[in-house]
Design a protein around this ligand. Sequence first.
Ligand SMILES: NC(=O)c1ccc[n+]([C@@H]2O[C@H](COP(=O)([O-])OP(=O)(O)OC[C@H]3O[C@@H](n4cnc5c(N)ncnc54)[C@H](O)[C@@H]3O)[C@@H](O)[C@H]2O)c1
Ligand SMILES: N[C@@H](CC=O)C(=O)O
Length: 497
Amino acid sequence: MNSAQASNPQSDDLIDRLADRELFCPAAYIDGERIGEDVRGEIIVTDPASGRFLGSVPGMDAAQSRRAVDAAQNAFAAWSGLLPQERSATLRRWFDLIMGAQEDLAQIMTAEQGKPISEARGEIAYAASFVEFYAEETKRPNIESVTSHLPDAEVEIWREPCGVAALITPWNFPAAMLTRKAAAALAAGCTCVCHPSGETPFSATALAILAERAGMPKGVFNIVTGKAREIVAPWTEDPRVRVISFTGSTEIGRLLIRQSADTVKRVIMELGGLAPFIVFADADLDQAVEEAIKAKFATSGQDCLAANRFFIERSIYDRFCEKLAAAIMALSVGPGIEDPDIGPLMNKEAVAKQAEHVADALAKGAKCLVGGKRHAAGDLFFEPTVLVDVPPDALIMHEETFGPVAAIAPFDDEADVLARANDTEYGLVAYLHTNDPRRIYRASRALQYGMVAINRTKVTGAPIPFGGMKQSGIGREGARLGMEAFTEVKYVCRDWH
Ligand SMILES: NC(=O)c1ccc[n+]([C@@H]2O[C@H](COP(=O)([O-])OP(=O)(O)OC[C@H]3O[C@@H](n4cnc5c(N)ncnc54)[C@H](O)[C@@H]3O)[C@@H](O)[C@H]2O)c1
Ligand SMILES: N[C@@H](CC=O)C(=O)O
């Protein structure tokens, strides 16, 4: 604990709850060293439930950001030169340590991110699952072999790690978004410089402490805290950084793609979503309502997979809206540590966005069945809200809401609803509820989305390719594809003479 944390009751509350206090690490982690631990850092982290000071991390400058790349570059030859089973063993130990510290990591996450503690525990298990998966996958860098098409020649195709990878992650899933990238990159033999969101750095620094304990060599996995622009711009300009893997908003993703153009980097982009949730009259209505709650309110609606637009077939529209409204009225709201259904939002901009989307929809003719305003639990809480009869020109039908507001509209015709679902620049996930097998395939083919969930909400996991079409992203994370993204293909042709 540093002197700044020692005098503040909120971080003391958190530290008292930790079985392993060293996991609360208010420092950057570069080349195996904790930097700035003993000073009050420039980046202030508050508990979104109470607004109280939780801790701080240092703001690294451009020179320190480049120093992290030096460290990662220096560590690359040795790390990429290990046998796959040696990298696998380190990753496996990291997995075991993460799962061993699941409760502490969840406590840290709920304190800085706000999500209900049971969701935080679930996220830690999800985060760890990527480490476990890639600990195995590193042993299987398979690639197709080709029979030579040239006389007297043998052809071979190899996969090699790209080099230094820069990983930039958001605040909504502060552990899983980092391990989904880092485990894949490390398994491929890359070394990493990572920048976590300034709102939630402690989940990342705790993972770095555990990586060190797992035996990750110095310089292989670096966490650089501070102001995003100062840290990430030097990475986009640095020719030694071969991959930029970003999860966050489409707006910042576009910026990083532009900044990376001059050094022609590999870009992996996991960006925003505007998921449609479509319910046909032949679906199981109660199941659809249950899944709608999950698809809308996980992480208080601050999920790239959150359903933004509900399209319900007209013959079941009123019943669906009534049932959803009743279910939403039963949801509890409160600080994440009390394990409610819905916790606080991340910041005041997020609360303002909910209010803006509600006001805009109402002004354009929508009706509010439940909620609609800030919640009495505190400044960053918003009431779970149901808006019905939302017109197509409402902001909420075009912009990611990233909060607990459900916008519902009726539809009459399959072709029309699929066209409306596709009428967006986004294409991350679509939810479809129907029991007609032909429609399942027709609609799944027609939906321009990287992922289609049919009659269920939970679809993610380490073995599946996660990612979006259109302006929701470039590339996939998870699965074998997630590791291949951090490799180059090399073709070698050998003459027999
Ligand atoms: N597709 C996915 O897998 C996925 C997963 C989670 C979140 N998201 C998206 O993330 C967004 C919410 O997260 P957020 O608010 O943290 O996103 P954000 O784009 O504001 O920030 C993401 C990361 O980028 C950094 N950043 C901000 N400005 C930057 C700049 N000018 N240069 C370089 N880096 C910069 C931030 O510090 C953070 O680390 C939503 O749009 C959500 O849909 C997508
Ligand atoms: N919920 C997503 C992360 C997006 O915010 C996931 O399951 O990976």
